[in-house]
Design a protein around this ligand. Structure first.
Ligand code: UGA
Ligand code: MN
Length: 244
């Protein structure tokens, strides 16, 4: 059965490097169907070309963030339009298997995909490098779920990271109203709550009872490139020209 990977992405200098790294992880995994969804009004040609080169089964979709959120000041609901587009694609095209929301900038151990394929309803597992606590994870004591460890609980029923859960397609079909809210910081909690009826205690806990980290919330440092604007290259003092 396929494992659907829903990846929101958007156009920026780091987009192709991020997707290159991620695609090279997914190329090591069997039976992946990659849904790459751009927060953009038109698909980026370089992204299509990269996807074609991978040999992976993929869909290249677009889902721009609505202007009312994009133009708002402060924290934005990043990747929400993309993920909801992924959910509607799954509702229309998939009947079985499992899906997972995988941001383009995270780091994934290929063992993660082996684990989450087994998801019957909803699985939860640790994510490394999350918040100042360095880890977001369900807490399992003597084989029993007793709560969540996360640097930002904020009244959430499911204080987990986007990379910390997977859902079976059949379970999604049984929850026709499940959707991700446009609410910065509460996207995961809102989505998991929308799977009602579903309680944290009903989850399957992966990664050796949540002792093994298989996904990391890595973030790529921006170096604010300004030079590729080829107007500047002519008088760039860092340019060395070879004598003919
Ligand atoms: C934080 C959380 O840790 C994630 O679990 C959550 O998915 C994310 O916020 C979110 O806001 O939804 P962070 O690393 O700060 O993660 O967010 P980004 O990686 O910048 O963005 C999340 C995803 O949305 C990425 O795949 C990114 O490519 C995409 N994105 C970001 C867009 O599609 N449009 C944007 O304008 C920004
Ligand atoms: Mn990120």
């Amino acid at each position: 059965e396929p494992l659907y990977i829903i990846t929101p992405t958007y156009r920026r200098s780091e987009q192709i490097p991020e997707l290159t790294r991620m695609s090279h992880t997914l190329m090591l995994v069997d039976n992946i169907h990659w849904l790459v969804i751009e927060d953009s009004k038109i698909p980026t040609k370089q992204v299509t070309q990269l996807l074609e080169r991978t040999g992976l089964k993929f869909e290249h979709l677009i889902a721009p963030m609505p202007d009312k959120y994009k133009l708002k000041k402060g924290a934005k609901p990043r990747g929400v339009s993309n993920r909801n587009r992924g959910l509607s694609w799954i509702r229309a095209n998939a009947t079985d298997g499992v899906f997972y929301f995988a941001d383009d900038d995270n780091t994934y151990d290929i063992d993660l995909f082996k684990e989450i394929r087994r998801t019957k309803k909803v699985s939860l597992f640790p994510v490394g490098l999350c918040t100042s606590y360095g880890l977001s994870s369900p807490i399992i004591k003597n084989g029993k779920f007793i709560g969540f460890y996360d640097g930002w609980i904020a009244g959430r029923k499911f204080p987990v990271d986007m990379a910390g859960f997977a859902v079976s397609v059949k379970f999604l079909h049984q929850r026709p109203n499940a959707i991700m809210p446009y609410r910065a910081g509460f996207e995961e909690d809102g989505f998991l709550r929308s799977l009602t009826p579903f309680e944290p205690t009903e989850a399957e806990f992966f990664g050796d009872n949540c002792t093994r980290v298989l996904a990391w919330h890595t973030q790529t440092k921006k170096n604010n490139p300004s030079l590729p604007l080829n107007m500047k290259i002519h008088n760039n003092t860092n340019l060395v020209q070879l004598k003919q």
